[in-house]
Structure formats: C-alpha cells, structure tokens
Design a protein around this ligand. Structure first.
Ligand code: UGA
Length: 456
C-alpha cells in the first residue's frame, strides 16, 4: 500500500517515516519547500529521537517528500491529514485541516480509483464527518462511503519518544463509518502488534481527547495535593505520592517481591505544571466543545486553572529566600516543556522567566537543546549559556524547570565551584539531602522553632 501524508510536522513525519520503515511507500506532502527539500536530503526538520536514522534508511527508496499534492494523491491509495490544529482563543482552529481537505478533494477530482482520506490531526468529535467530509465531497465531486473512504486515526505519540511509540503502539484506534475504510486501515497497520479498536470516527476522535484529558487531570491532581503538602509543615509530596503509587490500583507486586508501577504514576508527581503542544490545547478544546454541547466540563476547567497558576509555586519558593528579586542572579535550568525535545510551546519556563524579568532578576538560562528559542521569547534580556557549569557559576538561586538528566550533576558542580545557592526544584528530580538550601514543589518544611528565624 502507498500512503501520502499531508503535513510534515512531528506527527506527519514520524507517521511517514515509520510506515516507510514497515515497507509502505510514502510521500510526505508539505507547502513549505524548505521542509520538502530537507526531508528529501534525509534530514529531519524536527528534533525527534530515532527519526534521522529512519530517514537515512528510507529516503528516497520508500519515502520521499513533495509539494505536488496532485501527484502525491494520484500515486497513493490513502492520504493522512496530519496538519496542526492550534487553539484560537479557546476554540480549535481548523483552518489547516479545512484547507488540506479542500486541496485533497480537488486532487481527487482527477482520480478514478478508490482513495481513502484519514484524519490524524487531533480534532474535536464530529469534525471528520461534519467538516472534512463536506469539503472533500464538494471539491472532489465524489461521494464519501462510495468512491472515497473517510476515517479518523488519532495518534498517541509522546514528543521525544514518538518513533518508539509509533513502532510499538499501546493501541491503534481505527475510526471509520464504513467497512471498506476500516479494512484499509486495518490492512495498513497489519504488521503492528497492538490491540486494534474499530469504531466510528466520532468515537475515535473522542478517545484521543479523553486520553489526554486524563493525563492532564492526573498532573493537576498531583500538583494540587503537592501544593497542600507545601502548606502543611513536615509533609513531602514525593513521599505522599510514593504511598499513593503503591496502591493496588496503580501497582502490582511481582513474584520477586518488587513492585511494578503503572506508567500513569509518572503523571502523578508534583511539579511546576504541564506544557507542550498537546495537553493544554486539547483540554482547552474539550472544554469549549463541552460548552457548545451544553455540557460544562467543570473538572477540566479546574485542571487548566490549577495548571495556569502552578508556575507561581516556583516564585513563592524564591520569595521565601529573597525579600526582593531585583538584581538577584537566578539560573533557570530548562526551557523545553519536557526533556528530550526542543519544543518550548506552553513551557512553564516561559511564565517563570517572564515574571523573574519583570521583577528585576538577572536571569541566566540553560537548556541542552531548546535554548535557541530564548531570543524569540525574551529578546536579549536573558543571558544564554551553553555549559551548565557556566549557567550556575555566579547564581544566587538555581531553578530547575525541565527534567533534563544532566541536572542531576548539580551537587557535583556546586562542590567544584564551592558554592551553595538556593535550589528550587520545580520537578522534584533532585535529592533534597544533597543541597544546603533546597526548596521543592510539594515539600512542606516545618516552621522554625519559636524564637528562631528561618535561615538559608
Ligand atoms: C502527550 C501524551 O502523553 C501523549 O500520549 C499524547 O499522544 C500526546 O500528548 C499528543 O496528544 O500528541 P506530550 O505532550 O508529548 O504527550 O508529553 P507528555 O510526556 O505527556 O508531557 C506533557 C507535560 O506534562 C510536560 O510538560 C511534562 O513536564 C508535564 N508533566 C508530566 C507534569 O507536569 N507532571 C507529571 O507528573 C508528568
């Protein structure tokens, strides 16, 4: 089978590269000629583990990129729509999906044989049937269900491990309103070992949102509990969450006496909040959808509200040590919304740094891959450092925002520099006992004994 993929962002390109790896002929279609050229040179325009190797192996034999939609659609049996669906205000912006649907429809006008169009972009339930379908039918002059197949096949890719997630999926959701489309999808994924759920397009679309809404809810739940721990002397949210994780609902005792923790426990940790291109946007879109369906999503509204305020915890911890942040030298570690990606969208680092700058702090910033985004976000107001040691060398406070592995070296670096700055651990990734002045989100410190002042 041959597939064309419209949109060569991280979802489209990973989908294309992984399908090619499994032997499918793939054409990646994009309106950006520079992206097309890069892919055809075997270069990945996005930072994603394993993608360069896949491109090297499959370009140009099984994978090519093109700006020629007509050709790509004539040469393939199925087209995936994998374009962005950002939030505009609090509603999902379908401009790119709509224009892709029309362009694909126009290209299909010249094709006699059956062709399936599959929506991979995250869209609110009903979009494939009520938005994509009429545009396709109008532009192609053909009928969905008779001479065109139409389906929804959401992705469950985590940035940073997207290639691995695609090649070894936990589930494959196949949405379609007719058997021919569903059979085609099932055939396309026949070499992937995972439960395959055949369902209608609206249910497939809803599964994607429900999955991300659950993860976001877990995070805000853990953060709310952590914030209460902070306010409660002598309670550490890390210990509380370990105790919660060990419940039989979240873990299983293995015969060797060890415990297997369900992966969802990694979303039940206190921290400075979730970001990225998916969770904030998808929860926001679901809330707006609920409002229109006359079904207010009160829990999810709170999930976003908790998240929006969570970065303030970092600032409150700094306030404990500095009466004013004006002129204080603060090193911020991490700009990416999570490790192993250069994606900074909705990263909690952004509001933290903005507030530090607004309060007059001198900010130095380190991120192993995403620091290049800093100038666009903060102009020249932030001092960018390539080396971790240089970033913290003169800092009075060090704030960890992204869980990059190399930040575990901080105790050794401080020992070498002979410095003991205040450390604010926004991810609870460091060993609190190894720092002289440690503050962590969710760590409720006991008030000092009466008559004694809190010291650094
Ligand atoms: C997320 C989901 O995990 C994927 O399953 C889904 O397919 C994807 O969205 C998508 O819709 O495409 P992603 O946004 O790449 O993937 O990243 P996650 O690993 O889920 O992290 C999201 C955010 O939550 C990060 O900012 C991370 O730091 C934060 N997080 C995670 C916490 O704040 N606390 C935690 O305990 C765990």
């Amino acid at each position: 089978m041959r597939a064309s993929i419209v949109g060569t962002g991280y979802v489209g390109l990973v989908t294309g590269a992984c399908l090619a790896e499994k032997g499918c002929g793939v054409v990646c279609v994009d309106i950006d000629p520079e992206r097309v050229a890069r892919v055809n040179h075997g270069e990945s325009p996005v930072h994603e583990d394993g993608l360069p190797e896949l491109l090297r192996r499959n370009v140009p034999v099984r994978l090519t990129a093109s700006a020629d939609w007509q050709r790509a659609i004539m040469d393939t049996d199925v087209t995936f729509i994998a374009v962005g669906t950002p939030l505009r205000g609090d509603e999902i912006d379908l401009t790119a999906v709509e224009s892709a649907s029309t362009t694909i429809g126009e290209a299909l006008r010249a094709k006699d044989s059956y062709h399936a169009v599959i929506v991979k972009s995250t869209v609110i339930p009903g979009t494939t049937d009520s938005v994509v379908r009429p545009l396709l039918e109008r532009a192609s002059g053909r009928k969905v269900g008779r001479d065109i197949g139409l389906g929804a096949n959401p992705e469950f890719l985590t940035e940073g491990t997207a290639v691995e997630d695609f090649l070894h999926p936990d589930r494959i959701v196949l949405g379609g309103n007719d058997d021919r489309t569903l059979d085609l999808l099932e055939n396309l994924y026949r070499d992937f070992e995972a439960p395959k759920l055949r369902t209608n397009t609206q249910t497939a679309e809803m599964i994607k949102y429900a999955s991300n809404a659950l993860l976001a809810t877990m995070i805000s739940f853990a953060n709310e509990i952590g914030n209460l721990c902070s306010a409660t002397g002598g309670v550490d949210a890390v210990d509380v969450m370990r105790g919660v994780h060990l419940s039989r609902y979240l873990s299983a005792a293995l015969p060797n006496g060890n415990h297997f923790l369900a992966p969802i426990t990694s979303f039940l940790e206190s921290g400075c909040g979730f970001g990225g291109s998916c969770l904030p946007k998808d929860v926001g879109a679901l809330i707006a959808y609920g409002r229109r369906a006359n079904q207010p999503m009160r829990l999810l509204e709170s999930v976003l509200q908790v998240n929006k305020q969570q970065h303030q915890q970092v600032l409150s911890l700094l306030d404990k040590h500095f009466p004013s942040l004006a002129g204080v030298r603060i090193a911020v570690l991490g700009l990416a919304f999570k490790p192993d990606t250069d994606d900074v969208r909705e990263s909690p680092a952004i509001p933290v740094i903005r507030e530090l700058l607004a309060r007059g702090a001198h900010v130095s910033l380190h991120d192993p891959v995403a620091s290049g985004e800093s100038r666009g976000l903060f102009g020249g107001d932030v001092h960018l450092c390539c080396e971790l040691k240089d970033t913290v060398r003169r800092a009075e406070a060090v704030v960890v925002i992204t869980r990059w592995k190399e930040y575990e070296q901080l105790p050794a670096i401080f020992a070498e520099l002979n410095r003991e700055p205040v450390v604010v651990d926004g991810r609870r990734m460091l060993d609190k006992h190894r720092f002289a002045h440690y503050e962590g989100i969710g760590l409720g410190t006991l008030p000092p004994p009466a008559g004694q002042k809190a010291s650094l």
